[in-house]
Design a protein around this ligand. Sequence first.
Ligand code: ATP
Length: 317
Amino acid sequence: MSLISVRDLVVGFDAPAGEVRAVRSVSFDLAPGERMALVGESGCGKTTTMLAMMGLLPAGAHVSGQVLLDGVDILAGGEASMRRHRWTDVAMVFQGAMNALNPVRRVGSQIVEAVRIHGGSRRAGRDRTRELFELVGLAPELAQRFPHELSGGQRQRAVIALALACEPRVLLADEPTTALDVIVQHQIVQLLRNLSESLGLAVVLVTHDLALVPQLCDRAAVMYAGSIVENASCRDLVGSPAHPYARRLVEATPDLAGRRRLASIPGVPPRLDQPLFGCPFQPRCAEAVDRCATEAPSLLDLDPDRSCACHLVGVVV
Ligand SMILES: Nc1ncnc2c1ncn2[C@@H]1O[C@H](COP(=O)(O)OP(=O)(O)OP(=O)(O)O)[C@@H](O)[C@H]1O
């Protein structure tokens, strides 16, 4: 059985011009220790999906669908149920988290506090901090430092340690390497991989940088305008992307495109506060046919390991 399954997740936000439908029926499953990426351009609904899984959407958000943990829908029980599972079962490293540590408190004390909030003693918090620092590759004495006394990479390790304080089974990592140089990026990705392997931690990596994905993940779901348009193993997605948008993403990623000519993706994603007709990628798709403008494609299985939402895939691509 899956550890965590997202089923038909829909999220809308009230906005002056009408409801912003940020997530449109997203579904995926994650087994213990599995690592999946959620990839796509800015604004396609990646962060909103993660916040919904944490029960941390802002007021005014409408959510439907299910988040099944061990087969039980944790969304259905409202905030009380989310509070039981947040941090202890599902934890998140937020976008820009390196700046999210409390600047006036020593790093170690922030982890002690997290353990205490969840019922542990101060002593247990200190022991856990030592354990976590070792786990994320930080020298124990760094626990006494303030966040500004750490390097960017050390801060991100501390943020990951904080997220792991209550031994979650699922870690949602939202752009965890943004603002880090390439070498440190690689180290953080390596750390997440080691943690996943040694702890059996399931990881969702949210990123717009497809080049990072094969370094960490087994599979990737490509999101466009609030929907998953392709879900495949990293090897298939990078080696032979099926959806035209996924192909453009691969071509637009220097490290993956190799010596291939780099192509940018012309046009912009559709507004999410307007009704969408047909395939949302159709206005930007060089291969679109008449049907694409009027009929929304469903996400269909191409084989047991890959699904894709495109009228052309499996026909003439
Ligand atoms: N609180 C909110 N109120 C209204 N609209 C919102 C709110 N939060 C997000 N949105 C909109 O929802 C859509 C999806 O945003 P989201 O942040 O999930 O995308 P993303 O793929 O994570 O992008 P990024 O990589 O830039 O974070 C965007 O159009 C965004 O403007």
